[in-house]
Design a binder for this molecule. Structure first.
Ligand SMILES: Nc1nc2c(c(=O)[nH]1)N[C@H]1C(S)=C(S)[C@@H](COP(=O)(O)O)O[C@H]1N2
Ligand SMILES: [Mo]
Length: 338
């Protein structure tokens, strides 16, 4: 029989990890200040995990002796959890922003994702199941206390980062650091998973626009006759942001009739695509230039989407087709596919 206190600690840790995952995924999606609370909740969840480490350590000490099989998998899981925490803390405080030339935010996400299958296995192998008696007054009181302590720890950490000269205080509310604003040449190129920069022939390039009135194509010279310039901020989920002056065609001038459409599909010549709500139509821009010069190939030449208030992965590069559809915008994988 395991000590009941151990059971509760295990459940609390599991809850904290699930919370950390959910809010982590949410933080990656947050683009406007309205989404700030998800990022804060992610920080509090991390503190909750940290506070539960001493309890868990006691359980692990006993368990390592008892469970011969799967011991190494469990220890790997624990190590990954600690590594995830360290990369997260390193990035938010700015004390360790990269390791071996790789951005700490990537490493944080990669470690967290590697941990998932191990955690699922661990849950099945060790069978942590809640019981009705877990919901006693005492446990609820304790849970409340630990949650309050986590929030306090988060507040103190944030205050320390803000009040001391740690680089972390220069972050945006999403957690991202500024890179290469108004200097497009020093702005990073970010390519999702296995996408590639395609070679483009500007003479034959066409943008296909499909709306309620049918399908038309535009050549690059046609498009560059109706451009505007807007200052917008690109915030990549890998932890950097950059503000630039983007010149391009407002998507609303290319669409003749929306009809009953609910979403706009924006497609890249590479196969990458994303679906946006029609409510966004008025703010979207198909940029041909950044900082007064044509886009570089890495930044999406000849045409890339500028999606104000949305995280970088919405800013489709090398756009060859936009299409109004009746499908709701949320009918798509949570992150882009190609
Ligand atoms: N076709 C295509 N568009 C894309 C991507 C991609 O991999 N393929 N990456 C996205 C991501 S994750 C970001 S952050 C921005 C980065 O834009 P940049 O490389 O111009 O800085 O492009 C977005 N558009
Ligand atoms: Mo990104």
């Amino acid at each position: 029989m395991r000590h009941p206190g151990g059971r509760i600690s295990n459940l609390a840790l599991l809850l904290a990890l699930v919370l950390a995952f959910a809010t982590g995924a949410g933080a990656v999606a947050a683009g406007t200040p309205r989404g700030r609370w998800v990022v804060i909740a992610h920080g509090v969840a991390a503190m909750l995990v940290i506070l539960l480490i001493p309890w868990k350590t006691r359980i692990v000490r006993a368990g390592v002796r008892r469970h011969k099989i799967g011991r190494w998998a469990s220890l790997t899981l624990a190590a990954l959890a600690v590594v995830t925490l360290l990369f997260g803390l390193g990035y938010t405080t700015g004390l360790v922003r990269e390791v071996g030339g790789i951005r700490g935010m990537w490493l944080h996400v990669a470690a967290a994702l590697t941990l998932v299958p191990l955690l699922l296995w661990h849950l099945v192998a060790r069978r942590v199941l809640p019981r009705r008696t877990d919901l006693s007054r005492r446990t609820l009181m304790r849970t409340g206390t630990v949650a309050a302590a986590a929030a306090a720890l988060y507040a103190v950490t944030t205050a320390v980062v803000e009040l001391t000269p740690t680089p972390g205080r220069r972050r945006r509310f999403t957690g991202s650091y500024e890179v290469g604003s108004f200097q497009p040449r020093t702005m990073p190129n970010t390519i999702w998973l296995n996408d590639t920069s395609p070679p483009v022939n500007p003479a034959t390039w066409r943008l296909t626009v499909a709306d309620a009135d049918g399908t038309r194509t535009w050549s690059l010279p046609d498009l560059s006759r109706q451009t505007v310039t807007r200052r917008e901020l690109l915030d990549c989920t890998s932890g950097w942001y950059s503000e630039q002056d983007w010149t391009g065609v407002p998507v609303s001038t290319l669409i003749r009739r929306v009809g009953a459409a609910r979403s706009l599909l924006v497609h890249s010549v590479t196969g990458y695509w994303i679906r946006l709500p029609v409510a966004d139509l008025d703010t979207l821009l198909l940029a041909t230039e950044v900082g007064g010069t044509p886009l570089s190939r890495g930044h999406g030449y000849p045409l890339r989407l500028v999606a104000p208030g949305r995280r970088g992965f919405w800013w489709v590069k090398w756009v060859d087709r936009i299409e109004l559809q009746d499908t709701p915008w949320w009918w798509q994988p949570p992150f882009p596919m190609r």
